[in-house]
Design a protein around this ligand. Structure first.
Ligand code: OKV
Ligand code: MN
Length: 255
């Protein structure tokens, strides 16, 4: 209830200072105008453990955590895990004064029920990715990973990134998008008319008929301010007036 702001796929990291700056800017706007801020995954381009980030945050990360903490003091902040920052956990949430979103959340908004998730669970055609996802989301595997030292975790992360980059080069773009069947199944299961997710980096407002009902699927934009001309990014506002997408400087985006 109230005015909800949602953003996803910001992919913050040490190599994208302009994106980090744009995100800090966004947090400043959200603090004055949002009744709640929901970050729907891949906020960070990599996350190898809350312990490292909270105990000894890197120079690029410290101001981001600081601003998130400040915002959470007067604006409810919800953190959703993505396919990259799936290791974000209760230590980070506690440190920020934020709450963790479940993988799929059914939100009660001023324009009805909304099904919210990161979106990678709908990419069911990408079998290699779904296999990776099952392995790294296994609690035992995660416990083992988190028991490793910082250097070893970093080395594994570097290796995983290199492997994934070379694998993605040979994947057809249809395979990297959501599966229409998976989306239809989620509508049927949940009964909602509005679904919001990120992950695919294909921002859009899709209107489709499922089970003789018009449904809307809003794909949140990814953020890229360091190499992209013009810079990309934005967020979704949901309130009594319905869902609306905004660009990085707060300008409305058609949809
Ligand atoms: C996140 C992705 C790297 C995709 C590894 C167990 C295991 C966790 C991890 C390592 C990698 C997260 C934590 C990262 C997502 C990539 C490359 C591709 C497709 C293990 C638990 F199994 F190796 F022991 N990781 N990092 N990818 O660098 O943030 O989502 S990461
Ligand atoms: Mn993603």
């Amino acid at each position: 209830p109230g005015r909800i702001w949602l953003a996803s796929d910001i992919h913050l990291g040490p190599d994208v200072p302009a994106t980090c700056a744009a995100f800090l800017d966004f947090l400043g706007r959200a603090r004055g105008q949002a009744d709640a801020l929901l970050l729907c995954g891949d906020i960070f381009d990599a996350w190898i453990g809350d312990d490292l980030a909270v105990l000894e945050p890197a120079a690029w990360l410290a101001p981001i955590l600081q601003r998130l903490r400040e915002l959470a003091q007067d604006t409810p902040l919800w953190l959703g895990r993505g396919n990259r920052d799936f290791l974000m956990g209760r230590t980070l949430a506690g440190h920020l004064g934020a709450r963790l979103l479940p993988d799929t959340a059914r939100l009660d908004t001023d324009c009805g029920a909304v099904l919210l998730s990161h979106g990678d669970e709908y990419c069911t055609e990408d079998h290699a990715y779904q296999r990776f996802r099952r392995i790294v989301r296994n609690p035992t595997v995660q416990r083992l990973f988190l028991a490793l030292g910082r250097g070893t975790r970093r080395a594994i992360a570097r290796w995983a990134r290199a492997r994934s980059m070379s694998a993605n080069r040979s994947k057809h773009s249809r395979i990297m998008d959501v599966s229409p069947q998976a989306v239809a199944a989620a509508y049927a299961r949940s009964g909602v008319d509005l679904m919001v997710h990120g992950h695919t980096h294909r921002p859009a407002v899709h209107r489709i008929e499922v089970g003789a009902r018009m449904r809307t699927r809003i794909v949140l934009p990814d953020w890229e301010c360091d190499h992209a001309r013009p810079p990309r990014g934005g967020w979704l506002v949901i309130d009594r007036e319905g869902p609306r997408l905004y660009g990085l400087s707060g300008e409305p985006i058609a949809g």
